[in-house]
Design a protein around this ligand. Structure first.
Ligand SMILES: [Fe+2]
Length: 293
């Protein structure tokens, strides 16, 4: 994941592209047990909730040994499916490094795993979030192409000074996206499928808004990183997502966005295709509780 780190902060022991060896042999039995526990819990919860494309890709994570996947074996298997690889990084990486990896079909993943007392919430993405959340869809040909297109778009956005706008597309699709599925909705964003609480909340709770995906709308919308989302955007299909990303000329769009105000997380606009007008009861209850504390 990319973040507020500078290129000159390359950690000791990391290669110039910020990758490090995964050191699979160094994981303890307890760390493997944490993976297995999270894996069992989420795989039981997700059928009927996650997009069929994601569920089909989960098989990718069944390797020759249980526990935390060995990135070398995982990359071998994933490479045969879509040409993607998974590489380990020590933590957040600079934007340009992140985009270069994606543009070359390399997904950067954290190698550490959360402590047993952090099963439900973790601020920094660990190997469970990165691998369980992201890798299954990298096995899907269309989504795999979308991730590469995003990386290439990121390289262009850097030149336009528009990273904060483009990052919202990643946030509201790759991390917290919903899609239409049959009669209802399904989750596919990595931040949702790797979280027990948000797997339930994103689909079932009346609190959040659920709005049809619109690229410009998404790139104007702020987001929150500290709790469940207050607005989700719903795509029709991965084909729609890929086509929109490939067919849009982003340079004039970035210029227009500079003239438009950002939107608050819960704003609803007249042109929105609103699937759920959220009550925001969950977020309001949290705010009230914090005020009382
Ligand atoms: Fe992520």
């Amino acid at each position: 994941m990319a973040g507020a780190v500078d290129s000159d902060q390359l950690p000791q022991g990391a290669a110039p592209d910020w990758t490090v060896p995964q050191d699979w042999a160094r994981y303890t039995p307890q760390e493997h047990a944490t993976w297995d526990k999270l894996f069992a819990r989420q795989s039981a919860l997700l059928p009927g909730r996650a997009a069929p494309e994601y569920l089909a890709g989960l098989d990718m994570l069944h390797l020759s040994r249980p526990g935390i996947p060995d990135f070398a074996e995982l990359s071998d298997k994933l490479g045969k499916a879509t040409g993607w690889q998974v590489v380990a990084v020590p933590g957040l990486v600079p934007d340009d490094v992140f985009f270069d990896h994606l543009a070359n079909r390399r997904f950067v993943a954290g190698r550490f795993i959360r402590r047993p007392d952090q099963l439900d919430y973790l601020e920094e993405p660990d190997v469970f979030h990165d691998v369980f959340g992201h890798v299954p869809l990298l096995a899907h040909p269309v989504f795999a192409d979308y991730m590469q297109a995003y990386g290439q778009g990121g390289q262009r956005a850097l030149r336009h000074g528009a990273i904060d706008k483009l990052a919202r597309l990643y946030w509201y699709t790759v991390e917290f996206g919903l899609m239409r599925s049959g009669e209802g909705l399904a989750i596919y964003g990595a931040g949702i499928v790797s979280s027990r609480g948000e797997s339930l909340f994103a689909l079932d709770d009346p609190s959040p808004n659920r709005i049809g995906f619109d690229l410009e709308r998404v790139m104007r919308t702020r987001y929150r990183i500290d709790d469940f989302q207050q607005t989700y955007f719903v795509i029709d299909s991965f084909d729609q997502l890929l086509r929109t990303t490939l067919d849009t000329d982003f340079a004039p769009l970035y210029r227009r966005l500079e003239t438009l105000p950002d939107l608050a997380i819960t704003d609803l606009l007249p042109g929105d295709r609103v699937l759920t007008r959220g009550t925001q009861a969950y977020a309001h209850a949290k705010t009230d509780a914090n005020r009382a504390a």
